[in-house]
Write a new protein. Structure first.
Length: 418
């Protein structure tokens, strides 16, 4: 590993957190701290342009190395934790699966480190004890990007089929805060399902909710997209099967956002942990890309059929996701598969193209008419994590594409306007 970092370069280095060895992946925009011995936890996700840590940290629970078989709460210090093969403690196929699964409480073995000027990466793996799963994760940070890539491979090393739930339990703090007014964003027309609601405020397990506004049990309108602060509420919710794979949170005061983008074919659901003082007295926001609509593997198989994953002996399951950070936003309409934030107002209206986006990479934005893709009507330069405003007088009788290209020339995103 290198010591010191020049502007524009990436760095892979060692450090200690609470006396525990850790690894740092860093570029001009992101400072990520990984703690292998604490289940491979992502302890810090600092957005360097503002200095804010987008990983939430518990005000009462310090970071420490878990003991296998423990409950999760005494170790819930925050950050991002790996959940496999369940989230809720349960018994399945003659095995007892501990609280929040096995992966978070087993040390992640570091098997490869890549340190290059334009890219750093760390590959870790886990061999689970009660279940027959092997999991491999590679975290990659490229130079000139305000996004991090997570690549996974889960393999059934046993001699019989096994079901599982995988989730990245990410406790986030957009702009370094979780407070009254913090906003949550999901794809439009997404319904939510109640897994647990304190005092059944939003209904019993299995109750369907409209997004973003719904009525609680007292017929009071609730805006699920905006946190109310330490109001005494706590809910765990799951989306229905997603058509677009993304979820995001935004801090309105600093206009900073964090987004997760993933393939809905691989990860069909998102879990939402909304703690507004109803659990242990503090505010916490958890965003989970997940393979299941529920926390308990036994219930997922027996009661909520088809809402879980399954691997035959020797079979593997590979998938990836992007975690993007950005600033200058007031709202989020959607996030592209490559992690670009699109504001809701970006559209073709009355012949004009207006709006804004935030790309997590350095490159160019080009607008072309679909019937003449070689004729570039507008070109703008993209600065990672910065808002790019778009304004072009077009024709309401034509279709347009917004093409986002990486500075190395690769096509990254294409956005259609009709």
């Amino acid at each position: 590993m290198k010591v010191g970092r020049r502007k524009g370069e990436c760095l892979l280095a060692g450090k200690t957190v609470a006396g525990i060895p850790a690894l740092v992946l860093e570029n001009d925009y992101i400072f990520l701290t990984l703690v292998p011995d604490a289940g491979g936890k992502i302890q810090e996700l600092i957005f360097k342009p503002t200095g804010n840590d987008f990983a939430w940290h518990s005000p009462i629970t310090p970071l420490k190395i878990p003991k296998y078989g423990s409950e999760f709460v005494p170790y819930d210090s925050g950050g991002f934790d790996e959940m496999l093969p369940t989230v809720s403690e349960c018994d399945w196929r003659d095995a007892h699966l501990p609280d929040h699964g096995e992966a978070w409480q087993l040390p992640a073995r570091v098997v490869e480190e890549i340190s290059e000027p334009d890219r750093v990466a760390v590959k870790t793996d886990w061999v689970l004890r009660a279940s027959p799963f092997f999991m491999e994760r590679t975290i990659t940070l490229n130079g000139g990007e305000s996004r991090v890539r997570f690549d996974y491979r889960i393999k059934n090393q046993g001699n019989k089929p096994w079901e599982f739930i995988w989730a990245l339990h990410a406790s986030v703090a957009p702009g370094g805060k979780v407070r009254k007014g913090t906003r949550l964003f999901l794809p439009r027309a997404t319904r939510l399902n109640v897994w647990w609601s304190k005092d059944e405020r939003l209904g019993r397990q299995g109750t369907w909710l409209n997004w973003p506004k719904e009525l609680d049990k007292r017929e009071k309108k609730v805006d699920l997209s905006t946190l109310e602060g330490e109001a005494g509420f706590a809910e765990k919710l799951f989306t229905e099967e997603l058509k677009e794979g993304w979820v995001a949170a935004l801090e309105p005061e600093t206009r900073e956002a964090i987004g997760f983008s993933f393939s809905p074919e691989a990860l069909p659901y998102a879990g939402i942990w909304l703690n507004q003082g109803g659990w242990r007295g503090y505010c916490q926001l958890g965003l989970e890309a997940t393979s299941a609509m529920g926390d308990n593997l036994e219930l997922a198989v027996k009661k909520y059929q088809k809402r879980y994953s399954r691997l035959n002996p020797g079979q593997s399951f590979s998938f990836s996701l992007w975690v993007s950070l950005g600033q200058g936003m007031d709202s989020i309409g959607r996030i592209t598969p490559a992690g670009t934030f699109i504001e809701p107002g970006l559209k073709l209206k009355a012949g004009s193209i207006k709006g804004a986006l935030v790309a997590p990479f350095r490159g160019t934005l080009e607008i072309v008419e679909r019937s003449q893709p070689d004729d570039i009507l507008l070109r703008e330069f993209l600065i990672p994590s910065k808002r790019c405003e778009i304004s072009l007088l077009g024709s309401s009788r034509k279709d347009y594409d917004i093409i986002l290209k990486h500075w190395q020339g690769d096509l990254v995103d294409s956005i259609s306007l009709k």
